[in-house]
Structures are given as structure tokens and as C-alpha cells.
Design a protein around this ligand. Structure first.
Ligand code: NDP
Length: 450
């Protein structure tokens, strides 16, 4: 059945980026045993329905830059599945955005949101707009133009977008401002809002902190290990990477790498977050090359000089690796190098950053591997906490959000590892995550009828 569904999907997605097929293929191969064990899944065509989005919305975004030139970008929202709750998932602004990438992200989001145990469905959206080099006013004008189209498809109980690559609190603020101007509704239609008007404390930190809480739980349960005093490699220098580094450092780890789309920094004395934030913070998008000129002893490797078929961040010895930038950034070559250097765990902060053959190698060699849909679910979980706070007009304090986040990441780890054991694939957290997430969504899809 799985083969047939994949073949059909390939035929109907010939013109899109293949990350969607990669994501579906990974999930469906985990599900084969469970689908065979329960005839209801076939009777209700659960797999076919699950791989088909409810709707793919595309719209034109027209805006005017600071030199009064008119620009047109594509805007998208993919509402994939709302069986568990309102559609929920981030907006990505990056030139690579198209329906293929967004379908992959929205599909993954269904499973991630299910793993949280919270009432949220799966969606994703964004635009091929490139925020790099744009002034603050241009970003504002683009966000307003984007929302003028998007507002009609979203709602606090319908679809609640958040941030992703290229969309942080600043962009969410502009998007929300425009939504309010159009609708006059001060509701929780976006999450990741600035704290000043309805945002939750800790939302900016939540994904990265959650990644480290998950890693700490996994290492403690599986290896009776902690992160204290351990060398870690991280990729990325955006929201997820910076907060992953920050929490790792708070737990006493030594983080020696970070990266951006142009190159990688290695700092054997530990990444200095103040320097990275000066280069990248508040919408500044300067190259990380500036780090090496400011911090003696650090080394910058430009992307053109990366090892063949690999990424510089994964070629330094480390105890644990945290890919936190983008999809498919850790190859089989990188996995082999990590294993050779004694790495014991790879914990994904980004969505699908590890290529399938790299995952297979890591798992075969006994490296603990956590898929992003499990370890990076802290961001969407705190987004749901923000929706709860908005609905009840409450403001939770920092400690309450942090405590709930830690509990939730530990629960996700437990859910994933117990499911893996139950289905005879102990320590395979990919299968554990896919099966646990699937069971919850599939049950809801059966109960709500066709
Ligand atoms: P940001 O835009 O804040 O940062 C992205 C980082 O990745 C930047 O350092 C960027 O470099 C780098 N990057 C982007 N594209 C590429 C590329 N093609 N090749 C190499 N480097 C690249 O995004 P986030 O930190 O929010 O997101 C990072 C990942 O985490 C994504 O996979 C996202 O889907 C996932 N994620 C994010 C969540 C969130 O709450 N924000 C929640 C769950 C998952 P540069 O500075 O040069 O642009």
C-alpha cells in the first residue's frame, strides 16, 4: 500500500521540490507495520487522506520598496490537516519557498503537533520574498501586503500562523498589526507576537531551549549522561540555533560551532553569543565572517571551502551535534565524520536537516538520533500556550512557561521512546515519533468521519 501511495504522489508532484516526497517516504516507511495491523486505516483511506493537503492557497503579494519600485512575490498557506485542532505552523520568508517545500513542512507539522499531545493541526506558509538587504520599512511594507491577502484564510480558531526562517517577532508584529487594522479583531490569530501585545514569555527561546531539554532527557535516560562539560557542534545562527547554544551553555556544555548560509565558525573556546547577536540580531543579517575578525583563535570556513559532500560544522570532534539551520544540511559524509569523531547523539533543531542515508548510518552505528518533529516541538508547544493565554486573557510568568515546556519535552521523549519499544524498534526515535504521532491523528480522522 505504501509503495502505491508513494508512486501516485510522485506522479502528482513531478514539478515540485522533492523534500515533500522525502518527508512522506520517511513517515510511510515507519508506518508500514502499524497500518498492516489495523484494517480500519485502509478502510478509511487514512494514508491517502493524510498525504493530501486540505487546501493549498496561493496569492499575489504586491508591495513598493524604498525607491518606489513595485515588486511582486508569491504568497502561500498550506492547510494540511485540522483533525486535532486549528491549523498551526509557521510562515517562512526565503527565496527558496515554493509549494513543494511548504508541503513538506506542513506535512511534518501534522506529526510534530500531534506529538505535543495538544489540540493543534498542521499547516505552513510563507513567501519567496528575500528579507536579506531590505530596510525595516520594506520588511514592514511587505508584511502588510502579505497579510492583506492572508487574513481571509486564518482565524484564532481556524488557522494560527507563527514564525519560521526569515520571520521572527518583528515580522509577526507587523503582520498582526495589519490583521488588526483590517479585521478590528484583537484575537490570538498569530503566535510569536511581541510580549507587549499578547505574546507569551519564552516563545522566542522555546524551540532552542526545548531542543536542549529533549537532548538532556534522552541522554540521561539512554546513556545516564549529562551535557555538562561536553563539546557540542551547532549549525545555524538564527532563532533556533542561538537559543540552542544559549541553553547548552547554561547547562555547562562547550559549543564550538555555528553557521549561516555563507559559512561556518569554529571557536575552540566556545561560541561568544554576544558577538553572534551583534552580527545577526534585530534583523541585522551580516555575514559570520565578521566573527573571526573579532574573536582571536576562531576559524571561519566559507561554504565554497566545505569538505566535499559535507558541511564544515560536522567535521569537528563533538559529543553531540545539533543541526539547527535548514533542511538536508547533514549528509552521509558528515554522519561518517561525526561517528569517526565519537559523537554519541544527533538532535535535530531544524526541520529535516539530516539526509535519509545519514540517518540510516547514524542509527546503524548506535548514535542516538532525534528527528526534529520530536526535538524541536517546543516552539509550537509554547505557541499553543500563547493561544491559551490569549483565549483566557491571561499572562503566565516565565517560570510557569519554562516548567511546562520542560515537562512537555520530557513527555514527548517518553512517548517516542515507549512507542519505539512497543513496536519492536527500541531506540529508533524516527519510527517511534512517526508511529506515536500517526496513531493520534488517524484516530481523530476515523472518529470525525469522511
Ligand atoms: P532563522 O531565519 O532565524 O535562521 C535560519 C538560519 O539558518 C540562519 O542562520 C540562516 O543563515 C541559515 N540558513 C537558512 N537557509 C539556509 C540554507 N539554505 N543553507 C544554509 N544556511 C541556511 O530561522 P529559524 O532559526 O527560525 O529556523 C531554523 C530551522 O528551524 C528551520 O528548519 C525551521 O523550519 C526550524 N524550526 C523553527 C522554529 C521556530 O520556532 N522558529 C520551530 C521549529 C522548527 P543566514 O543568516 O545567512 O540567512
Amino acid at each position: 500500500m505504501v509503495e502505491r501511495i508513494l508512486a501516485n504522489l510522485k506522479q502528482s508532484n513531478v514539478n515540485t521540490d522533492n523534500t515533500f516526497l522525502q518527508a512522506v517516504s520517511e513517515v510511510l516507511s515507519s508506518l508500514e507495520p502499524i497500518v498492516r495491523s489495523d484494517p480500519r486505516y485502509e478502510r478509511y483511506a487514512i494514508l491517502e487522506r493524510l498525504v493530501t493537503p486540505d487546501r493549498v492557497i496561493q496569492f499575489k503579494v504586491q508591495w513598493v520598496d524604498d525607491q518606489s519600485r513595485v515588486h511582486i512575490n508569491n504568497g502561500y498557506r498550506i492547510q494540511f490537516n485540522n483533525s486535532l485542532g486549528p491549523y498551526k505552523g509557521g510562515l517562512r520568508f526565503h527565496p527558496s519557498v515554493d509549494t513543494g517545500i511548504l508541503k513538506f513542512l506542513a506535512f511534518e507539522q501534522i506529526f510534530k503537533n500531534s506529538l505535543t499531545g495538544l489540540p493543534i493541526g498542521g499547516a505552513k506558509g510563507g513567501s519567496d520574498f528575500d528579507p536579506k538587504g531590505k530596510s525595516d520599512f520594506e520588511i514592514m511594507k511587505f508584511c502588510r501586503a502579505f497579510m492583506r491577502e492572508l487574513y481571509q484564510y486564518i482565524g484564532a480558531r481556524v488557522d494560527v500562523p507563527a514564525g519560521d526562517i526569515g520571520v521572527g517577532a518583528r515580522e509577526i508584529g507587523y503582520l498582526y498589526g495589519e490583521y488588526k487594522r483590517i479585521t478590528r479583531n484583537y484575537d490570538g490569530v498569530l503566535s510569536g507576537k511581541p510580549y507587549e501585545f499578547g505574546g507569551s514569555l519564552m516563545r522566542p527561546q522555546a524551540t532552542g531551549y526545548g531542543v536542549v531539554y529533549f537532548a538532556a532527557e534522552m541522554l540521561s535516560q539512554e546513556l545516564q549522561e549529562t551535557l555538562e562539560g561536553k563539546t557540542c557542534c551547532v549549525s545555524g545562527a538564527g532563532n533556533v540555533a542561538l537559543h540552542t547554544i544559549e541553553k547548552l551553555q547554561q547547562m555547562g556544555a562547550l559549543v564550538v560551532t555555528c553557521s549561516d548560509s555563507e559559512g561556518t565558525i569554529y571557536d575552540p573556546r566556545g561560541i561568544d553569543l554576544c558577538v553572534v547577536r551583534e552580527l545577526k540580531g534585530n534583523g541585522a543579517r551580516a555575514s559570520l565572517e565578521g566573527y573571526a575578525t573579532r574573536v582571536p583563535g576562531s576559524v571561519y570556513t566559507a561554504k565554497a571551502d566545505y569538505p566535499a559532500g559535507g558541511h564544515a560544522a560536522w567535521h569537528y570532534p563533538c559529543f553531540a551535534a545539533f543541526p539547527c539551520a535548514t533542511q538536508n544540511e547533514l549528509s552521509r559524509t558528515d554522519a561518517a565524520k561525526l561517528i569517526e569523531n565519537g559523537c554519541v547523539a544527533v538532535v535535530e533543531g531544524a526541520n529535516m536537516p539530516t539526509e535519509p542515508d545519514a540517518i540510516e548510518l547514524l542509527q546503524r552505528e548506535g548514535v542516538l538520533f532525534s528527528p526534529g518533529k520530536a526535538s524541536n516541538a517546543g516552539g509550537v508547544a509554547v505557541s499553543e500556550f500563547e493561544m491559551s493565554q490569549n483565549a483566557s486573557m491571561e499572562k503566565w510568568d516565565y517560570d510557569k512557561v519554562d516548567r511546562k515546556l520542560q515537562e512537555l519535552m520530557a513527555q514527548i521523549y517518553k512517548r517516542v521512546s515507549l512507542t519505539a519499544k512497543e513496536y519492536g524498534c527500541e531506540r529508533n526515535f524516527v519510527d517511534g515519533a512517526n508511529i506515536a504521532a500517526f496513531k493520534r491523528v488517524a484516530e481523530a480522522m476515523i472518529l470525525e468521519g469522511v
